[in-house]
Write a protein that binds this ligand. Sequence first.
Ligand SMILES: NC(=O)c1ccc[n+]([C@@H]2O[C@H](COP(=O)([O-])OP(=O)(O)OC[C@H]3O[C@@H](n4cnc5c(N)ncnc54)[C@H](O)[C@@H]3O)[C@@H](O)[C@H]2O)c1
Length: 405
Amino acid sequence: MPHLLSPIPRRAGHPRPLVIIGSQEKTLLGFRGRTAFQKLAKPFLFDRTLVGAAPNLTTARRQNRFWVDATRGLSARYTRGSFYKGLAATMRRAKITIVGAGNVGATCAHWCAAAELGDVVLLDIPQMEDMPKGKALDLMQASPIMGFDSRVIGTNSYADSAGSDVVVVTAGIARKPGMSRDDLLSTNAKIVTSVAQQIKATSPEAVVIVVSNPLDAMVQQVWKTTGFPAQRVIGQAGVLDTARYRTFLAMELGVSVEDISALLMGGHGDTMVPIPSCTCVGGIPVTQLIAPARLEEIVTRTRNGGAEIVALLKTGSAYYAPAAATAQMVEAVVRDKKRLIPCAAYCDKEYGVGGYYVGVPVILGTAGVEKIVELKLNESETQAFKNSVDAVKGLVASMEKLLQA
Ligand SMILES: NC(=O)c1ccc[n+]([C@@H]2O[C@H](COP(=O)([O-])OP(=O)(O)OC[C@H]3O[C@@H](n4cnc5c(N)ncnc54)[C@H](O)[C@@H]3O)[C@@H](O)[C@H]2O)c1
């Protein structure tokens, strides 16, 4: 009798590789292994990482993957039904909750649904009444036109978000002209604390991506309140800051944004640290294409990128690019992309930070921050990074004082 074995996944819902035992990576050798692979696994090759092979059960188990045991007389005929049933139960779509159905939250729901990253729950406070439901329904009605099958629901209740794989926190107030991100500190710290308590109670296995500002303090507060492992609580800032920088560099040079790769580190704010040695245009170091003084002007514009948009909008802050940046992080998690991107991650020994969230390059996958990449910084970069970390520490201290008051 063939066996369809499915270990309790660490977090159900993430497309994780299905392993065929009895086949081998290189040759998929063995008739049964090959049959299983061809007849069963092929239809599920919607993601290249989905099907793997393992020589035995121990290896599959160690990898914590779903598996089909083809060593025990797997017949394609028998297994097809039970295989599909088992797989359907375990391979459900990712569930993505977005807390805060305002500009960033709703736009993030849009990007996530359009890219079919999973089913989306858009959640806002009861005082906002049916607003999240309205936005969700509107978005769903775009799906036949844009051709996506994600389900989007709006709600005021965390019960609907239970068991989420990813929770994005955009709850809070946004900047108005003349306000700095830090002006939001007191209000948003209280908001994210209550949101984090709800996430802890309803989605204890989720990866949490914090967007609310001031980012570096809010992500620290969410981590502290949930008590989740630090690798599962991440802040979105670096992807946005880097995207702004790449946009300005592309505009300056008249080249495609696709050819620009860049890295910014440090806190999300005026102290962000550009790393010119990690900024290239089509593989050419940016320092060979743009004079230092002009590059500094572009960095300054990037630092003030958020304020520039606040001044233009007058009634709120940026949301298309922040939401797209957040959706890219959601994608890295639900598709286990292992993206190497800058995020606000909890650094203890790393870079000598000593237990704070700060923007650093990380590898982002299903488990959240799977690795913090430590770079060798030159003297001026090290000093700028230290200043940035000091600013973050000051911000967290002010927040803690305000919360105790
Ligand atoms: N990290 C970044 O790169 C980045 C970029 C842009 C904006 N932001 C921040 O994201 C946050 C949201 O910005 P926005 O433009 O969407 O603001 P917004 O005012 O349009 O939306 C915020 C939403 O949060 C909701 N909310 C408030 N308290 C809540 C609670 N306790 N639970 C659930 N929802 C709650 C509000 O009702 C509102 O709908 C702001 O703090 C802003 O500064 C961060």
